[in-house]
Write a protein of this length. Structure first.
Lengths: 1000, 474
């Protein structure tokens, strides 16, 4: 029964091929009267190398060579089985023929045997009980991006990813099914690379990073082109086996592995350009100077201050520079190259790949990001297949050199008539000390170098029939060196600031972790019942070390990277912390007749992050699925080809609070007083906090129609997080701004996720597929005992989302005074934050998704992805400066109040001396008028690929590609880019690359 | 024999299932349970020390105390860095002009257009109470310790109370009614109410009176960087003066000035701010043994126009002709016929081996001026004039011509302006307590009478409803 099942249908995945091989070895063959059979295998586009040609029920097998040819000894009664990943398996009885020309048909919609990685186990996609989203190398490879999180944008339901800066090597924010934890930084998912947990905690130290930079995220060391598949586990059924770390979802990263067959070489190179797609529209010189003049006039200032260089005649009043274009309008060059070798036998397979990537800068200067990675992997199985071993390793080097200050803000704020950047002699122009030359900021560098090593070895042995013992051993090591410099050359030489005031901050940090996971897996079946049991344990330890040094005063700026040359040296921060984690887990899966499936998972976790009494916790889930399309009345349906109803409920947890938070202690600090090095109170003492829990419920319907050419999945979920592990904000009078404690509040995330995959056209030459995902979610603070008397009184509202802001209600510009006015909610005559900020704005996206289309026409392939997000955010063009002040402004503030009776959208201009106008301007930034629709529809990705006909290249596969990212954006937002975390960051770049790939 | 089927399983098969499962469970559970509870135990991190342990050892208790004073020196209101009140409150009054960006907090101080959401306002408040917490934790920890000697305990408690009083004294001057925190229990401190100013002064005076008794007469170190009994007395003199307790103010100032073995008047203006000055009652230790003051870096500029602060023309005009302080404690740089002056009390920027300057917080001249004012208020005009002249004569100025009490008070206010400029917001506090702030700052466009109190940080009002309403005008 079991065996037959495996042979049935279309084998698409390697593990099943393996299993199939394994079974075949058990069957001894008596070869007699066999003759040599030969032939070729091809698809519609040419010959296919590496196709497995096997005699059915026998151990004899071979692979097609580079020309797609094969030879095999077979008897007339044998059946040849041709199988190749991505193609439908074909069987032919040998009979009297000695030559076969096989044409394999691509396997388009067959989901039947698609295996999905669920972490500790794999499940057939059609039989899974949990909610798992997946993208594969095919989706990743068409995207010219350097961070793998970018490849998921717009492609996965329920996964919301925001790029925080366009600067190379910086971070992304990811949320899987909304914000569960009240703490903003307690919402990161768990990342597992080939079975090894990979900490995404930021590395480095704020003082030694660029200002306005997003903290260095170790995830950027994972190279997208090394990834075979990315799976995101979402519901309780899928995540409960990760227990305390599954609350925010789990991202499984599986890297590419070698395949049996002829040794295959792949080489590819792509290069292209990145630039800022769109800038904010700012005033020109005429508009700006008239705004300034009016500001001073309104303030009754007739004699311009000596320092108002822009308008008092010091600077040329007719000069105009588009500073955004000048400072941020460059083009960055992008190069990615990859070489890999893979191959091996059925027993031993290997793959080695090397990648080089570099990304330049859009700034005027020599900045850039480079990544080099090497990734070996090999698998081995003993002849009897009882012992198996798999090793994957990866070494990654990243180098980043960026300015220590993001000058995006300078590009926006500089007066349009500010003087030239360089003087006649080609030196930086300081305009006699009146001009803070923005290029000087670029002389301060933020450099970083990250070495990252990850290795995983899995050893497994079949103890008995059906019982496997497996141990997974993982190790990661990350070394990160960063520095940011502020040399004296950043300042006007006239200030006589010498290299004795140059300074640098360094941080050297390291992270090392190991994990050991022994597991027992027992699979068996009786009649229609298949049972799969898994029991395992985890021991994990992580050690972080970090040292920050502040050095200043050098005899020469060229010695700035040598700390021994510094006059002042301060060890400003040292961190040495350990995280230990231990658990056991289990899974029991019952599959009855492939129709009714029950999946039970559980885990008991212990974490060193909690005090002795709160250290351990239980987590678990139950998931079920009913494949109703296999019920009698539907089995022969012409329309419904697949139908499954699944549901799950369970509890997961969260311990993302940092180490040692339960200790009552002093911490040693670098501050020195009269030769004594200080000890500082570490925190407010509270040892009695424990796990945050997240109860997840999901119901989903998966249906395939017309032989699965239309496949629709609809899921509804409701996650409730309680026992919130939160740094409860406290007033400063307590000596701290927060305390670590469990808050008895409950946060709910519920929503629906729809995915629709269709094969619109499927003909010999043309294939058009579409996949659409849509997510709509609602985040609600359900309960919060004593909210009114709590410290969260003004941040949260019961029944409203967490990500809200309370704002003044803007009531327009007073036609008489010309000032912004706001609703005095309690009508007491004064505007107070406490009583009058009553308008609530929700910053969570209300829905988002993507539409991906793929056309394959003969050797051509066209992919394009539209991403859409419906959201609100701050209206940056309106709020970044004070209209009339010493900063350029958006043209949207041109419509302003000038004389009594005017109806205008912007208040009267002020040079900054009008206190009432300044106050009103401050309130405007905290009013509902400062929030706008930042929804967007973006042509996120376009890729055109062309495979040269094989005969042109002597059976070398050659693919040409043209790929683009962030190509077009439609948005009502008036700022640079609607995807932003705050003002002052470089927006995400538009990238276009062209590439070529050879496989032989 | 009857065969039992469960999910189509025969009994024998079930038995095999149980046996195999049991085997697996035993194997894995044994693996896991070995060292189960111990594994998640992490040792005390090398960067931390148990609170109780800190106070069992003189060295670690000293380190905790050193950090309290280092925090006062480095963070919040009382730092000499550009974020401290010597610069910001100078801009807020008539001492300094702002030449930097109009978008920095300093600009809002200069134009008197501060908002309750201002980062400096919040930074000052949070750091102040963080320092007060550290002082309270020291008082509690030292109190519980049974290892420290009584003399050391008294010194620690005295130093902590001194720091606590100092920080509260500045808070009450800047923010008006404030909470006075004397314990570390956050469940109480998060709901505290504000005390009116008189009550705050009472508590400050209590703490300082206790510190005077607890602290030794001698400095614990040669650099005068930790307070002795006289430093507490000097700060107490100031607190009495601010609280309007004239005779107590005069007596406390006298107690300091009469200790002629420790405090010797310095006639040379340029020696007053040197590290070894004998007029210094309390100064900060340098950030490193070779580093000079932060104040020097904050005020000095070497090119005109400056890109941060310069002394105002109003301030420069306040120097009487012949005032040597204008020559020695300020410096002018000329650019396009305009002269820009900076404070030049501290001459050094950056490092020096050995260090030559430390930030002086309490010095003799202030004590003379305190006593002069306290005496004048009590009608002791001759004594008042004598103290005032002591300060004037050093600056090369003749004796004061003021004869009436109001004239003398005016003369003292003026003397404080030119003697204590850019030192810890003396100008702001003096103008305010003597009722002259409205007239003195009327020339500033943004000035409002309600600006004599800074706004309470908005976050603080949001987080603690018991703080009540915002100061008027914000």
């Amino acid at each position: 029964m079991q065996k037959n099942l495996l042979f049935k249908g279309r084998t698409r995945c390697k593990p099943l091929v393996l299993l199939q091989m394994l079974l075949l070895f058990w069957i001894t063959t008596a070869a007699a009267q066999s003759t040599l059979i030969e032939g070729t295998v091809s698809d519609t586009q040419g010959t296919l190398p590496g196709v497995n040609v096997q005699l059915k029920n026998k151990s004899t097998g071979t692979f097609t060579d580079a020309q797609g040819a094969f030879q095999i000894n077979a008897k007339p009664s044998d059946t040849l089985v041709f199988s190749y990943i991505g193609y439908q398996t074909q069987e032919v009885v040998v009979g009297s023929k000695t030559h076969f020309s096989m044409v394999l048909v691509p396997d388009a919609t067959a989901l039947e045997e698609v295996l999905v990685n669920a972490g500790y186990y794999k499940v057939k996609d059609k039989e899974r009980t949990g909610s798992i989203a997946k993208i594969t190398a095919k989706d990743i490879e068409t995207q010219p991006v350097s961070n793998f999180l970018a490849t998921m944008q717009g492609r996965m339901a329920g996964v919301h990813i925001t790029q925080q800066s366009g600067t190379a090597g910086t971070g992304f924010n990811i949320q899987i099914r909304g914000q569960n934890s009240v703490r903003r930084d307690g919402n990161t998912p768990l990342y597992i690379v080939d079975g090894v947990p990979f900490s995404s905690d930021a590395i480095g130290n704020g003082s030694s990073m660029a200002s306005f930079s997003v903290p260095n995220n170790p995830l950027s060391s994972i190279n997208p082109s090394d990834i075979e598949s990315l799976e995101v586990l979402k519901d309780a059924d899928a995540t409960a086996i990760y227990g305390s770390r599954g609350a925010n979802g789990v991202v499984l990263i599986t890297t590419k592995k070698g395949k049996a067959g002829k040794t295959q070489f792949t080489a590819s190179i792509a290069s292209g350009f990145g630039s800022v797609a769109h800038f904010m529209k700012l005033m020109n010189t005429e508009q700006y100077l008239s705004m300034r003049a009016e500001g001073f006039a309104n303030d009754g200032i007739t004699e311009y201050p000596a320092t108002a260089y822009d308008i008092n005649g010091t600077w040329d009043q007719n000069r105009y520079t588009d500073w955004q274009k000048e400072l941020l309008g460059g083009t960055s060059t992008i190069t990615n190259a990859n070489v890999s070798v893979s191959g091996g036998s059925e027993q031993t397979k290997f793959m080695v790949s090397g990648t080089y990537g570099s990304e330049g800068t859009v700034l005027p200067g020599d900045f850039g990001y480079t990544r080099i990675s090497v990734r070996p992997s090999f698998n081995h199985a003993s002849k009897d297949n009882r012992f198996k071993m798999a090793f994957t390793g990866g070494y990654n080097l990243q180098k980043n050199n960026q300015p220590s200050t993001d000058i995006t803000m300078e590009g926006i704020r500089l007066a349009p008539n500010a003087p030239a950047l360089y003087d006649a002699a080609g030196n930086l122009n300081w305009e006699d000390g009146t001009f803070d030359n923005p290029l000087a900021l670029l002389r301060g560098h933020a450099r970083s170098k990250t070495h990252d090593f990850i290795a995983n070895t899995t050893l497994s042995y079949s103890l008995f029939d059906k019982l496997d013992f497996k141990t997974s051993l993982g190790y990661t090591k990350l070394d990160h060196y960063e520095s940011s410099t502020y040399p004296s050359t950043m300042y006007d030489p006239a200030d006589q600031i010498g290299s004795n005031l140059s300074r640098i901050n360094y941080t050297n940090s390291g992270r090392e972790s190991w994990t050991v996971e022994p597991q027992l897996n027992w699979k068996t079946s009786w009649n229609v019942l298949n049972v799969d049991l898994l029991l395992g344990g985890t021991f994990q330890q992580q050690h972080n070390k970090s040292l920050t040094i502040a050095a200043s005063g050098f005899s020469s700026n060229s010695l700035i990277y040598n700390p021994t040359a510094a006059a002042q040296l301060l060890l400003s921060r040292f961190d040495d912390s350990q995280y230990k984690y231990q658990s056991f887990f289990g899974r029991a899966n019952f599959n009855i007749d492939e129709k009714y499936i029950f999946n039970l998972t559980g885990r008991r976790d212990g974490s060193s992050r909690f005090g002795a009494h709160k250290r351990f916790g239980w987590f678990g889930a139950v998931g079920t699925a009913w494949l109703f399309s296999k019920e009698k009345p539907l089995t022969n349906s012409k329309v419904l080809s697949f139908g499954k109803l699944r549901g799950s409920y369970g509890i997961t947890g969260n311990d993302q609070i940092g180490n040692y938070q339960y200790l009552d202690s002093y911490t040693s600090v670098s501050a020195n007083y009269d030769g004594v090095t200080g000890l500082i109170p570490s925190r407010l003492y509270n040892p009695d906090f424990g796990w945050e829990t997240n109860k997840k419920l999901e119901v989903a319907l998966e249906t395939g129609f017309l032989n699965d050419r239309i496949f629709l999945t609809a899921a509804w979920y409701r996650n409730r997080s309680s026992n919130q592990l939160v740094g409860v904000p406290l007033p400063g009078t307590t000596g701290f701004t927060q305390i670590q404690s469990n808050l008895d509040a409950e946060v709910e995330n519920k929503g629906i996720e729809l995915t629709l995959e269709t094969v619109n056209i499927k003909s010999k030459d043309l294939r058009w597929t579409t996949s659409i995902n849509f997510s709509k979610s609602k985040n609600t603070l359900l309960s919060f005992p004593n909210l009114e008397s709590s410290t969260y009184k003004n941040s949260y509202i019961i029944g409203a989302p967490l990500n809200i802001v309370k704002l003044f209600h803007y009531t327009g510009v007073d036609p008489q005074t010309g000032l912004y006015t706001f609703e005095d909610v309690n009508a007491d005559g004064v505007l107070t934050n406490l009583e009058d900020k009553k308008t609530v704005m929700d910053f969570n996206p209300s829905y988002f998704g993507g539409v991906h289309n793929q056309f394959v026409y003969k050797n051509w392939q066209l992919d394009f992805l539209f991403q859409f997000v419906k959201q609100k955010n701050y209206n940056l063009p309106l709020i970044f400066g004070i209209p009339g002040g010493n900063s350029n402004a958006s043209t949207v503030v041109l419509d302003h109040w000038q004389a009594p009776g005017d109806i205008a959208s912007t208040q009267l201009y002020t040079s900054g001396a009008n206190g009432a106008a300044m106050t009103a301007s401050g309130r405007f930034g905290a009013s509902d008028a400062a929030v706008t629709d930042t929804s967007f529809l973006r042509l996120k990705n376009v890729a055109v690929n062309y495979t040269l006909p094989k005969q042109w290249m002597h059976n070398v596969v050659c693919k040409l590609s043209l790929e683009g990212q962030n190509i077009l954006t439609f948005t009502p937002f008036k700022g640079a880019d609607p995807e932003f975390a705050g003002i002052g960051y470089l927006p995400p770049l538009r990238v276009v690359t062209a590439g070529v790939q050879f496989i032989f | 024999m009857k065969t039992i089927f469960i999910f189509g399983l025969r009994k024998m098969q079930l038995f095999a299932l149980y046996r195999a499962t049991a085997f697996g469970v035993v194997l894995v559970v044994t693996l896991i349970l070995q060292g189960c509870d111990d594994f998640t135990q992490t040792p005390m991190p090398v960067t931390e020390l148990n609170t109780a342990a800190v106070f069992e050892d003189l060295n670690t208790a000293n380190a905790a105390m050193a950090n309290l004073y280092a925090q006062i020196r480095d963070n919040g209101m009382l730092t000499g860095k550009t974020t401290g009140l010597s610069k910001e409150m100078g801009l807020y009054t008539d001492e300094l002009t702002w030449y930097g960006s109009s978008t920095q907090s300093s600009s809002y101080f200069y134009t008197n257009t501060l908002l309750a959401t201002d980062s400096t306002i919040e930074n000052w408040w949070d750091n102040a109470y963080s320092q007060i917490y550290a002082a309270n934790l020291l008082i509690e920890g030292v109190g519980k310790s049974d290892k420290l000697l009584v003399a050391d305990k008294e010194r620690f408690i005295g130093q902590a109370k001194f720091a606590r009083a100092l920080v509260h004294l500045y808070l009450v001057q800047l923010y008006g009614a404030i909470p006075y925190i004397t314990i570390t229990d956050y469940s109480v401190n998060k709901n505290v109410q504000r005390l009116d100013e008189a009550k705050v002064y009472e508590k400050i005076i209590n703490d300082l009176e206790a510190a005077v008794l607890l602290l030794p007469a001698e400095y614990p170190n040669s650099t005068r960087s930790l307070p002795n009994s006289y430093a507490a007395q000097a700060l107490l003199a100031r607190a009495y003066l601010y609280a309007g307790k004239w005779s107590e103010a005069a007596n406390s100032a006298s107690a300091v000035l009469n200790n002629t073995s420790l405090y010797v008047w310095e006639e040379e203006l340029n020696h007053v701010f040197l590290k070894g000055s004998t007029t210094t009652i309390w100064q900060y230790a340098g950030r490193t043994p070779t580093r000079n003051t932060d104040d020097g870096s904050t005020f000095i500029f070497n090119a005109a126009p400056p890109n941060s602060v310069a002394l105002t023309s109003q301030h420069m005009a306040a120097f009487e002709p012949g005032d040597q302080r204008k020559e020695q404690w300020t410096r002018g740089l000329v650019k396009d016929n305009l002269t820009f002056y900076h404070a030049f009390k501290y001459k050094k920027i950056g490092g020096d081996t050995p260090q030559t300057e430390c930030t002086v917080v309490l010095r003799m001249a202030e004590q003379y001026l305190i006593r002069a004012e306290a005496r004048a208020r009590q009608g002791e005009l001759a004594g008042a004039r004598e103290d005032l002249n002591k300060v004037r004569n050093r600056a090369g100025l003749p004796n004061t011509t003021a004869v009436t009490v109001p004239a003398l008070l005016q003369a003292i206010l003026h003397e404080r302006q030119v003697e204590l400029f850019t030192e810890f917001a003396h100008r702001f506090i003096d103008l305010k307590r003597l009722g002259s702030i409205g007239t003195a700052l009327d020339y500033k466009d943004g000035w409002n009478f309600t600006d004599q109190y800074l706004p309470l940080p908005q976050t603080e009002l949001n987080l603690n409803p018991n703080l009540g309403s915002q100061n008027p005008g914000y």
